[in-house]
Write a new protein. Structure first.
Length: 156
């Protein structure tokens, strides 16, 4: 189960007690914010793409979406999401629980600048009913981030 792999991953940082298993789904930004009782912008959503045929994760705040022009300028190609039925094969987690923890080797992780608006973030923790509460600083420390990007825009 994905959440157990993530819990094991967090043991290495002494943060396994931060994982919350919810009574309702947290598979979307709206559901997660409702279940946790936070603002949608505090949900750290993970969006998966293929860049030069390799998996890339963009972790962004819940109130933004990918800006195709910015993505193309940064990665020199059009944004191509990994099809939902292939996400687990590429990154190791199913859609709804995709997170940048306990993932397959070779997946590049980027944080979008939109995350900087929050002191506390809630990324998924491996399945559609789990989240982990982290400060932005902790989130950076426990994630193998390649770098920060600006590839999103606010949802109107």
């Amino acid at each position: 189960m994905g959440v157990e792999r993530v819990r094991e991953y967090f043991k290495g940082f002494g943060l396994e007690d931060r994982i919350q298993v919810l009574n309702m789904s947290s598979a979307t930004v709206e559901l997660a914010a409702e279940a946790i009782g936070c603002e949608p912008k505090q949900i750290a959503k993970t969006i998966t793409f293929l860049v030069d045929a390799l998996p890339v994760m963009i972790v962004a705040a819940g109130h933004v979406k990918i800006d195709n022009a910015k993505f193309k300028a940064r990665f020199n190609q059009k944004a191509k999401m990994i099809p939902g039925d292939q996400v687990q094969d590429y990154v190791g987690h199913r859609v709804g629980g995709v997170c940048p923890f306990a993932i397959k080797p070779g997946v590049k992780i980027y944080f979008d600048e939109s995350l900087r608006e929050n002191e506390i973030l809630y990324p998924a923790a491996g399945d559609a009913n789990s989240v982990v509460r982290l400060s932005l600083e902790e989130f950076e420390q426990v994630t193998t981030v390649v770098g920060w990007v600006n590839v999103c825009k606010r949802v109107e």
